[in-house]
Design a protein around this ligand. Sequence first.
Ligand SMILES: Cc1cc2nc3c(=O)[nH]c(=O)nc-3n(C[C@H](O)[C@H](O)[C@H](O)COP(=O)(O)OP(=O)(O)OC[C@H]3O[C@@H](n4cnc5c(N)ncnc54)[C@H](O)[C@@H]3O)c2cc1C
Length: 391
Amino acid sequence: MVKRVVIAGGGAGGVTAALTLAEAIKNYKIGDLEVVLINRDEWHYMPPLWMDVALEGLPIEETRAPIRGLEAFGIKVIINNIVEFDLDNREVVLSDGQRVGYDYLIISLGSRNGWDSYEGLDRVGYHNYDPQSAVQLNRVIRGLTDQKIVVLVPELPFRCPIYPLEFASVLGYRIRARGYNPRITVLSPVSRKGEDLTGLFGPEIKEIWDRYLTAYGVEVKTHKGLESVDVDKKIVVTKDYEEPFDILIKTPPPRLPGPLRSEAFVHPEDKRFTKVTPGTLKHPDYDDVFIVGEHALPPIGLGMAGAFVRAAAYKAATIILTDEEGVGEIYRITSIACVAHVANKGFTAICEIKFDGNKYQRTGCYSVMESSLAKMLKRAFYKGWLDRIKV
Ligand SMILES: Cc1cc2nc3c(=O)[nH]c(=O)nc-3n(C[C@H](O)[C@H](O)[C@H](O)COP(=O)(O)OP(=O)(O)OC[C@H]3O[C@@H](n4cnc5c(N)ncnc54)[C@H](O)[C@@H]3O)c2cc1C
Protein backbone atom coordinates (compact mmCIF):
# COMPACT_ATOMS: atom_id res chain seq x y z
CA MET A 1 0.00 0.00 0.00
CA VAL A 2 1.28 3.44 -0.91
CA LYS A 3 1.86 5.67 2.13
CA ARG A 4 1.31 9.38 1.80
CA VAL A 5 3.51 12.09 3.32
CA VAL A 6 1.64 15.38 3.40
CA ILE A 7 3.74 18.50 3.81
CA ALA A 8 1.98 21.60 5.11
CA GLY A 9 3.67 24.76 3.84
CA GLY A 10 5.80 25.37 0.76
CA GLY A 11 8.47 27.59 2.30
CA ALA A 12 12.00 26.76 3.47
CA GLY A 13 11.01 23.75 5.58
CA GLY A 14 8.30 22.34 3.33
CA VAL A 15 10.37 22.46 0.16
CA THR A 16 13.44 20.96 1.89
CA ALA A 17 11.41 18.04 3.21
CA ALA A 18 9.59 17.52 -0.11
CA LEU A 19 12.76 17.52 -2.22
CA THR A 20 14.64 15.27 0.22
CA LEU A 21 11.85 12.70 0.08
CA ALA A 22 11.38 13.03 -3.68
CA GLU A 23 15.09 12.52 -4.37
CA ALA A 24 15.21 9.46 -2.12
CA ILE A 25 12.11 8.01 -3.80
CA LYS A 26 13.89 8.39 -7.15
CA ASN A 27 17.38 7.29 -6.06
CA TYR A 28 16.29 4.28 -3.99
CA LYS A 29 13.39 3.43 -6.37
CA ILE A 30 10.87 3.58 -3.55
CA GLY A 31 7.46 2.66 -4.97
CA ASP A 32 5.25 2.87 -1.91
CA LEU A 33 5.70 6.48 -0.76
CA GLU A 34 4.05 9.56 -2.22
CA VAL A 35 4.63 13.21 -1.35
CA VAL A 36 1.89 15.83 -1.35
CA LEU A 37 2.72 19.46 -0.55
CA ILE A 38 0.04 22.02 0.34
CA ASN A 39 0.79 25.73 0.08
CA ARG A 40 -1.62 28.63 0.25
CA ASP A 41 -0.27 30.47 -2.74
CA GLU A 42 1.30 29.59 -6.05
CA TRP A 43 4.79 30.80 -5.10
CA HIS A 44 7.66 29.43 -3.10
CA TYR A 45 9.37 32.53 -1.67
CA MET A 46 12.92 32.99 -0.46
CA PRO A 47 12.39 35.67 2.24
CA PRO A 48 16.08 36.61 2.72
CA LEU A 49 15.96 38.07 -0.81
CA TRP A 50 13.32 40.57 0.35
CA MET A 51 16.27 42.40 1.91
CA ASP A 52 17.73 42.77 -1.58
CA VAL A 53 14.32 44.03 -2.77
CA ALA A 54 14.37 46.72 -0.08
CA LEU A 55 18.03 47.68 -0.35
CA GLU A 56 18.79 47.13 -4.02
CA GLY A 57 15.45 47.18 -5.80
CA LEU A 58 15.63 43.49 -6.78
CA PRO A 59 12.34 42.67 -8.55
CA ILE A 60 9.94 40.51 -6.51
CA GLU A 61 9.89 37.98 -9.37
CA GLU A 62 13.51 37.12 -8.55
CA THR A 63 12.66 36.19 -4.96
CA ARG A 64 10.31 33.34 -5.83
CA ALA A 65 9.71 30.22 -7.91
CA PRO A 66 6.38 28.68 -8.94
CA ILE A 67 5.54 26.07 -6.32
CA ARG A 68 4.20 23.82 -9.09
CA GLY A 69 7.83 23.51 -10.23
CA LEU A 70 8.05 20.78 -7.57
CA GLU A 71 5.80 18.59 -9.70
CA ALA A 72 8.81 17.93 -11.98
CA PHE A 73 10.30 16.05 -9.01
CA GLY A 74 7.21 13.84 -8.64
CA ILE A 75 5.72 15.87 -5.79
CA LYS A 76 1.97 16.46 -5.92
CA VAL A 77 1.20 20.12 -5.20
CA ILE A 78 -2.11 21.43 -3.84
CA ILE A 79 -2.58 25.20 -3.74
CA ASN A 80 -5.07 25.88 -0.98
CA ASN A 81 -5.35 27.38 2.47
CA ILE A 82 -5.03 24.96 5.39
CA VAL A 83 -7.54 25.82 8.11
CA GLU A 84 -7.10 22.93 10.51
CA PHE A 85 -5.15 19.78 11.29
CA ASP A 86 -7.44 16.92 12.36
CA LEU A 87 -4.74 14.87 14.07
CA ASP A 88 -7.05 12.14 15.39
CA ASN A 89 -8.38 11.38 11.91
CA ARG A 90 -5.03 12.02 10.16
CA GLU A 91 -6.47 14.68 7.88
CA VAL A 92 -5.54 18.20 6.80
CA VAL A 93 -8.63 20.38 6.38
CA LEU A 94 -8.58 22.97 3.58
CA SER A 95 -10.58 26.19 3.27
CA ASP A 96 -12.93 24.70 0.64
CA GLY A 97 -13.82 21.85 3.01
CA GLN A 98 -11.56 19.30 1.26
CA ARG A 99 -9.84 16.86 3.65
CA VAL A 100 -6.45 15.46 2.67
CA GLY A 101 -5.55 12.23 4.46
CA TYR A 102 -1.98 11.37 5.44
CA ASP A 103 0.18 8.62 6.88
CA TYR A 104 2.86 11.16 7.84
CA LEU A 105 2.46 14.89 8.20
CA ILE A 106 5.30 17.44 8.17
CA ILE A 107 4.29 20.95 9.26
CA SER A 108 6.31 24.06 8.37
CA LEU A 109 4.08 27.13 8.25
CA GLY A 110 6.52 29.90 9.19
CA SER A 111 5.20 32.59 11.51
CA ARG A 112 2.58 35.30 11.42
CA ASN A 113 3.83 38.89 11.66
CA GLY A 114 2.34 40.04 14.98
CA TRP A 115 2.26 43.77 14.25
CA ASP A 116 -0.91 44.09 16.34
CA SER A 117 0.87 42.82 19.47
CA TYR A 118 1.97 46.33 20.56
CA GLU A 119 0.01 49.56 20.41
CA GLY A 120 0.97 51.66 17.40
CA LEU A 121 3.35 49.10 15.87
CA ASP A 122 0.87 48.23 13.11
CA ARG A 123 0.29 51.88 12.20
CA VAL A 124 3.76 53.26 11.58
CA GLY A 125 7.08 52.11 10.17
CA TYR A 126 8.42 50.15 7.24
CA HIS A 127 9.62 46.58 6.93
CA ASN A 128 10.56 43.89 4.45
CA TYR A 129 8.81 40.90 5.99
CA ASP A 130 6.58 40.50 2.95
CA PRO A 131 7.43 41.28 -0.68
CA GLN A 132 5.09 44.26 -1.20
CA SER A 133 6.31 45.94 1.98
CA ALA A 134 9.89 45.39 0.81
CA VAL A 135 9.12 47.33 -2.40
CA GLN A 136 7.62 50.15 -0.31
CA LEU A 137 10.71 50.21 1.93
CA ASN A 138 12.92 50.43 -1.15
CA ARG A 139 11.15 53.64 -2.21
CA VAL A 140 11.75 55.13 1.24
CA ILE A 141 15.40 54.08 1.36
CA ARG A 142 16.15 55.78 -1.95
CA GLY A 143 15.24 59.12 -0.38
CA LEU A 144 17.16 58.74 2.90
CA THR A 145 19.75 61.38 3.79
CA ASP A 146 20.53 62.65 7.31
CA GLN A 147 17.44 61.37 9.12
CA LYS A 148 17.29 59.64 12.46
CA ILE A 149 16.53 56.01 11.52
CA VAL A 150 15.44 53.57 14.20
CA VAL A 151 15.57 49.81 13.50
CA LEU A 152 13.23 48.36 16.09
CA VAL A 153 13.30 44.78 17.36
CA PRO A 154 10.33 44.49 19.74
CA GLU A 155 11.14 41.13 21.32
CA LEU A 156 13.30 38.01 21.30
CA PRO A 157 13.33 35.64 19.55
CA PHE A 158 12.25 36.83 16.14
CA ARG A 159 12.50 35.79 12.52
CA CYS A 160 16.16 35.82 11.46
CA PRO A 161 18.20 37.20 14.39
CA ILE A 162 21.02 38.54 12.18
CA TYR A 163 18.71 40.50 9.88
CA PRO A 164 18.48 43.89 11.72
CA LEU A 165 22.28 44.09 12.03
CA GLU A 166 22.77 43.13 8.39
CA PHE A 167 20.19 45.69 7.35
CA ALA A 168 21.50 48.52 9.54
CA SER A 169 25.13 48.00 8.50
CA VAL A 170 24.30 47.92 4.77
CA LEU A 171 22.03 50.95 5.14
CA GLY A 172 24.72 52.88 7.05
CA TYR A 173 27.30 52.06 4.39
CA ARG A 174 24.99 52.94 1.47
CA ILE A 175 23.71 56.30 2.77
CA ARG A 176 27.21 57.38 3.80
CA ALA A 177 28.52 56.42 0.37
CA ARG A 178 26.07 58.98 -1.02
CA GLY A 179 27.67 61.65 1.21
CA TYR A 180 25.10 61.88 4.00
CA ASN A 181 25.40 61.28 7.70
CA PRO A 182 22.34 59.44 9.00
CA ARG A 183 21.88 58.55 12.66
CA ILE A 184 20.99 54.84 12.74
CA THR A 185 20.02 53.19 16.02
CA VAL A 186 19.12 49.52 16.41
CA LEU A 187 16.85 49.04 19.42
CA SER A 188 17.64 45.53 20.62
CA PRO A 189 15.85 43.63 23.37
CA VAL A 190 18.30 42.63 26.07
CA SER A 191 18.98 38.86 26.05
CA ARG A 192 18.83 36.64 29.14
CA LYS A 193 22.63 36.92 29.29
CA GLY A 194 22.38 40.73 29.28
CA GLU A 195 23.57 41.12 25.68
CA ASP A 196 22.27 42.95 22.64
CA LEU A 197 21.82 41.32 19.20
CA THR A 198 25.52 41.59 18.36
CA GLY A 199 26.35 39.12 21.16
CA LEU A 200 23.77 36.43 20.38
CA PHE A 201 26.25 34.24 18.47
CA GLY A 202 29.30 34.61 20.68
CA PRO A 203 32.42 36.80 20.86
CA GLU A 204 33.93 36.12 17.44
CA ILE A 205 30.76 37.08 15.58
CA LYS A 206 30.21 40.03 17.92
CA GLU A 207 33.64 41.39 17.05
CA ILE A 208 32.69 41.45 13.34
CA TRP A 209 29.38 43.23 13.95
CA ASP A 210 30.93 45.77 16.32
CA ARG A 211 33.69 46.63 13.88
CA TYR A 212 31.36 47.33 10.92
CA LEU A 213 28.54 48.93 12.89
CA THR A 214 30.99 51.37 14.48
CA ALA A 215 32.62 52.14 11.11
CA TYR A 216 29.26 53.02 9.54
CA GLY A 217 27.81 54.95 12.45
CA VAL A 218 25.25 52.42 13.68
CA GLU A 219 24.49 52.50 17.40
CA VAL A 220 22.95 49.44 19.13
CA LYS A 221 20.92 50.18 22.27
CA THR A 222 19.34 47.52 24.47
CA HIS A 223 15.85 47.85 25.89
CA LYS A 224 13.95 45.84 28.48
CA GLY A 225 10.82 45.45 26.37
CA LEU A 226 8.64 47.43 24.00
CA GLU A 227 5.61 49.24 25.43
CA SER A 228 4.20 50.99 22.36
CA VAL A 229 4.97 53.23 19.43
CA ASP A 230 3.59 56.77 19.63
CA VAL A 231 2.49 57.29 16.04
CA ASP A 232 1.80 61.04 16.25
CA LYS A 233 4.94 62.01 18.15
CA LYS A 234 7.11 59.45 16.31
CA ILE A 235 8.55 57.95 19.47
CA VAL A 236 9.30 54.33 20.37
CA VAL A 237 8.32 53.82 24.01
CA THR A 238 10.25 51.03 25.72
CA LYS A 239 10.12 49.94 29.36
CA ASP A 240 13.27 51.94 30.13
CA TYR A 241 13.41 54.92 27.72
CA GLU A 242 11.80 56.70 24.81
CA GLU A 243 13.48 56.90 21.42
CA PRO A 244 12.40 59.45 18.80
CA PHE A 245 12.64 58.66 15.09
CA ASP A 246 12.17 60.20 11.66
CA ILE A 247 12.00 56.80 9.95
CA LEU A 248 11.07 53.58 11.73
CA ILE A 249 12.14 50.20 10.32
CA LYS A 250 10.63 47.33 12.29
CA THR A 251 10.85 43.57 12.72
CA PRO A 252 7.73 41.58 13.52
CA PRO A 253 6.95 39.88 16.83
CA PRO A 254 6.48 36.21 15.81
CA ARG A 255 3.01 34.79 16.34
CA LEU A 256 1.53 31.40 15.44
CA PRO A 257 -0.12 30.90 12.03
CA GLY A 258 -3.90 30.27 12.27
CA PRO A 259 -4.01 26.44 11.95
CA LEU A 260 -1.45 26.08 14.76
CA ARG A 261 -3.30 28.20 17.31
CA SER A 262 -5.26 25.25 18.74
CA GLU A 263 -4.50 23.58 22.06
CA ALA A 264 -3.11 20.55 20.26
CA PHE A 265 -0.16 22.64 19.06
CA VAL A 266 0.45 25.65 21.33
CA HIS A 267 3.52 25.31 23.53
CA PRO A 268 2.41 25.25 27.17
CA GLU A 269 5.14 27.65 28.32
CA ASP A 270 5.23 30.08 25.39
CA LYS A 271 2.15 30.51 23.25
CA ARG A 272 4.14 32.14 20.44
CA PHE A 273 5.47 28.67 19.50
CA THR A 274 4.39 25.09 18.92
CA LYS A 275 5.28 22.13 21.08
CA VAL A 276 7.57 19.47 19.64
CA THR A 277 9.72 16.60 20.92
CA PRO A 278 13.29 17.87 20.42
CA GLY A 279 15.07 14.61 19.51
CA THR A 280 12.58 13.43 16.88
CA LEU A 281 10.88 16.71 15.92
CA LYS A 282 7.57 14.87 16.30
CA HIS A 283 4.41 16.10 17.94
CA PRO A 284 4.60 14.87 21.57
CA ASP A 285 1.24 13.04 21.26
CA TYR A 286 1.18 12.04 17.58
CA ASP A 287 3.96 9.83 16.30
CA ASP A 288 3.07 10.48 12.65
CA VAL A 289 3.30 14.29 12.83
CA PHE A 290 6.59 16.22 12.46
CA ILE A 291 6.75 19.93 13.28
CA VAL A 292 9.79 21.59 11.72
CA GLY A 293 8.83 25.19 10.86
CA GLU A 294 10.37 28.19 12.61
CA HIS A 295 7.30 28.20 14.89
CA ALA A 296 8.67 25.04 16.59
CA LEU A 297 12.34 25.83 17.02
CA PRO A 298 13.05 28.38 19.82
CA PRO A 299 11.68 26.21 22.68
CA ILE A 300 14.07 23.40 21.70
CA GLY A 301 17.11 25.66 21.40
CA LEU A 302 17.21 26.21 17.62
CA GLY A 303 16.94 29.60 15.90
CA MET A 304 14.12 31.16 13.89
CA ALA A 305 15.97 31.11 10.59
CA GLY A 306 15.87 29.21 7.34
CA ALA A 307 19.22 27.56 8.07
CA PHE A 308 17.77 25.91 11.20
CA VAL A 309 14.41 25.12 9.56
CA ARG A 310 16.11 23.39 6.63
CA ALA A 311 18.13 21.23 9.06
CA ALA A 312 14.98 20.31 11.01
CA ALA A 313 13.05 19.49 7.82
CA TYR A 314 15.90 17.38 6.50
CA LYS A 315 16.02 15.46 9.78
CA ALA A 316 12.26 14.78 9.70
CA ALA A 317 12.48 13.50 6.11
CA THR A 318 15.38 11.17 6.95
CA ILE A 319 13.47 9.77 9.94
CA ILE A 320 10.57 8.85 7.65
CA LEU A 321 12.94 7.29 5.11
CA THR A 322 14.77 5.17 7.67
CA ASP A 323 11.65 4.16 9.63
CA GLU A 324 9.43 3.52 6.67
CA GLU A 325 11.82 2.36 3.96
CA GLY A 326 14.97 1.38 5.82
CA VAL A 327 17.12 3.58 3.58
CA GLY A 328 19.76 6.14 4.50
CA GLU A 329 20.40 7.25 8.04
CA ILE A 330 18.86 9.79 10.35
CA TYR A 331 20.40 13.24 9.98
CA ARG A 332 21.96 14.66 13.13
CA ILE A 333 21.98 18.41 13.60
CA THR A 334 25.56 19.12 14.65
CA SER A 335 26.31 22.45 12.96
CA ILE A 336 24.52 25.21 11.10
CA ALA A 337 26.10 27.45 8.47
CA CYS A 338 24.86 30.86 7.43
CA VAL A 339 26.04 33.84 5.43
CA ALA A 340 25.41 37.44 6.51
CA HIS A 341 25.63 40.75 4.72
CA VAL A 342 27.70 43.33 6.54
CA ALA A 343 28.13 46.87 5.13
CA ASN A 344 29.58 46.38 1.61
CA LYS A 345 30.78 42.82 2.33
CA GLY A 346 29.58 39.60 3.87
CA PHE A 347 30.77 36.92 6.23
CA THR A 348 30.05 33.23 6.68
CA ALA A 349 29.35 31.81 10.11
CA ILE A 350 29.35 28.24 11.37
CA CYS A 351 27.68 27.39 14.66
CA GLU A 352 28.55 24.06 16.31
CA ILE A 353 25.51 22.46 17.93
CA LYS A 354 25.22 19.85 20.67
CA PHE A 355 22.06 17.98 21.58
CA ASP A 356 21.89 17.14 25.28
CA GLY A 357 18.81 14.91 25.03
CA ASN A 358 16.46 17.75 25.84
CA LYS A 359 17.64 20.78 23.95
CA TYR A 360 19.99 21.86 21.20
CA GLN A 361 22.78 24.12 22.39
CA ARG A 362 25.18 26.26 20.43
CA THR A 363 28.65 25.40 21.69
CA GLY A 364 30.45 28.00 19.58
CA CYS A 365 30.11 30.11 16.44
CA TYR A 366 32.92 31.35 14.25
CA SER A 367 33.43 32.94 10.88
CA VAL A 368 35.38 31.24 8.12
CA MET A 369 35.27 34.05 5.56
CA GLU A 370 34.82 37.79 5.72
CA SER A 371 34.83 39.08 2.18
CA SER A 372 32.80 40.51 -0.67
CA LEU A 373 32.80 36.93 -1.97
CA ALA A 374 30.58 35.92 0.98
CA LYS A 375 28.05 38.51 -0.11
CA MET A 376 27.99 36.98 -3.59
CA LEU A 377 27.78 33.51 -2.08
CA LYS A 378 24.62 34.44 -0.20
CA ARG A 379 22.87 35.69 -3.32
CA ALA A 380 24.12 32.70 -5.35
CA PHE A 381 22.81 30.19 -2.81
CA TYR A 382 19.30 31.64 -2.87
CA LYS A 383 19.29 32.11 -6.60
CA GLY A 384 20.49 28.53 -7.19
CA TRP A 385 17.84 27.22 -4.79
CA LEU A 386 15.06 28.99 -6.69
CA ASP A 387 16.47 28.09 -10.13
CA ARG A 388 16.34 24.40 -9.21
CA ILE A 389 12.59 24.67 -8.63
CA LYS A 390 12.03 26.90 -11.68
CA VAL A 391 13.65 24.28 -13.91
C1 LIG B 1 13.81 39.74 5.48
C2 LIG B 1 14.19 38.34 5.90
C3 LIG B 1 15.51 37.94 5.89
C4 LIG B 1 15.86 36.66 6.28
N1 LIG B 1 17.18 36.28 6.20
C5 LIG B 1 17.52 35.02 6.53
C6 LIG B 1 18.87 34.59 6.40
O1 LIG B 1 19.75 35.35 5.96
N2 LIG B 1 19.17 33.33 6.75
C7 LIG B 1 18.24 32.46 7.22
O2 LIG B 1 18.59 31.31 7.53
N3 LIG B 1 16.93 32.84 7.37
C8 LIG B 1 16.57 34.09 7.04
N4 LIG B 1 15.26 34.49 7.16
C9 LIG B 1 14.29 33.59 7.83
C10 LIG B 1 13.76 32.48 6.94
O3 LIG B 1 13.22 33.02 5.75
C11 LIG B 1 12.67 31.74 7.72
O4 LIG B 1 13.17 31.34 8.98
C12 LIG B 1 12.21 30.49 6.97
O5 LIG B 1 11.69 30.86 5.71
C13 LIG B 1 11.13 29.77 7.79
O6 LIG B 1 10.78 28.59 7.14
P1 LIG B 1 9.31 27.99 7.32
O7 LIG B 1 9.23 26.83 6.40
O8 LIG B 1 9.05 27.80 8.77
O9 LIG B 1 8.35 29.16 6.85
P2 LIG B 1 8.24 29.91 5.46
O10 LIG B 1 9.49 29.81 4.68
O11 LIG B 1 7.69 31.25 5.78
O12 LIG B 1 7.14 29.07 4.70
C14 LIG B 1 5.84 28.92 5.19
C15 LIG B 1 4.97 28.51 4.00
O13 LIG B 1 3.72 28.08 4.50
C16 LIG B 1 2.69 28.68 3.75
N5 LIG B 1 1.52 28.80 4.61
C17 LIG B 1 1.40 29.51 5.77
N6 LIG B 1 0.19 29.34 6.29
C18 LIG B 1 -0.47 28.51 5.45
C19 LIG B 1 -1.79 27.96 5.46
N7 LIG B 1 -2.66 28.24 6.42
N8 LIG B 1 -2.13 27.14 4.46
C20 LIG B 1 -1.26 26.81 3.47
N9 LIG B 1 -0.01 27.32 3.42
C21 LIG B 1 0.37 28.14 4.40
C22 LIG B 1 3.26 30.03 3.30
O14 LIG B 1 2.59 30.51 2.15
C23 LIG B 1 4.71 29.68 3.04
O15 LIG B 1 4.91 29.24 1.72
C24 LIG B 1 14.86 35.76 6.75
C25 LIG B 1 13.53 36.15 6.76
C26 LIG B 1 13.17 37.43 6.34
C27 LIG B 1 11.72 37.81 6.34
